[in-house]
Design a protein around this ligand. Sequence first.
Ligand SMILES: [Zn+2]
Length: 331
Amino acid sequence: MREPRTLQQAVVYFSDPQRCFEYAVQLRWLGGNVTCPRCAQAKHSFIKTRRLWFCYVCKKQFTLKIGTVMEDSPIALDKWMAAFWVIANCKNGISSHELGRMLGVHQESAWFMLHRIREAMKGGLMLKMGGSGGPIEVDETHIGPKPQKMHREKRLQMHNERQERTAVVMGLLDRESRQVRAKVIPNVKRETLQSEILNQVGKGSTVYTDGAPAYDNLAARDYVHETVNHIEEYVRGQVHTQGIENFWSLLKRGLRGTYVAVEPFHLDRYLDEQVFRFNNRATKGNPLNDADRFALVMSQVGGKRLTYNQLTGKTGPTPHQPSAGAGQEAF
Ligand SMILES: [Zn+2]
């Protein structure tokens, strides 16, 4: 059977447990070169009937899921694989309700799966952007509940709460590589924004921002700084921030369409998901398809773990049901 190219083919392909397992091994350990998740050695024997390995160094068994975001999950591998496929490729994301229905698992389980997959989507150590002279667009945006959708009294009542629940996200786009980075920042003060730029962007790069005073004096920090004034002009030749603004609109479309409530605590994970899809979208120079994005996220499952307590910021024994709230997509 040919390797799947579409979701429908993937579901059929993964429905055979052995085929699904073998395929997952190939992706989790590049080319199927299985190493122990504890000691990274390849001295092991495979117990075929139980689909697990015995490490001769650690003298312990390990499975495909151990040492990955799927560790300790009772959800079957075929459902995990389908979930990876969908999340890597759904442009606007998928809610835990939709995913739960699609896979035939509880919404709470799907919610936990979604977060674990976002953990796998997270990029590793990153080099500074620009450097070679490629221009970098920098911008911030506010993410929070939409007041116009509420009744007047509710809106007033929500006002203070809203202030607390509104998060600021900073985004940087390398216009040459078309790669974006985004993270939640505590405020839009000069120090916060500029130290992010210093950490993320190589000296000497051209940086495009809006005219916010918080970006003043970037030129004094060895950047070529150009600003765009959104009121008087929209685009002045190459001086614009439309690339990062395009990312914001994708991000917000996903948030509006898929998620009912935004919990700032989980916003970084949602950003990881959107950044993954944005940075791995098909371009002229890099014609990635759905199967490629799926393989990429599967190749990043190892060496990462997200427990329920880490996810909810709680301590103590892992409860069975995440407290996502009735009908609310807390992410
Ligand atoms: Zn070992």
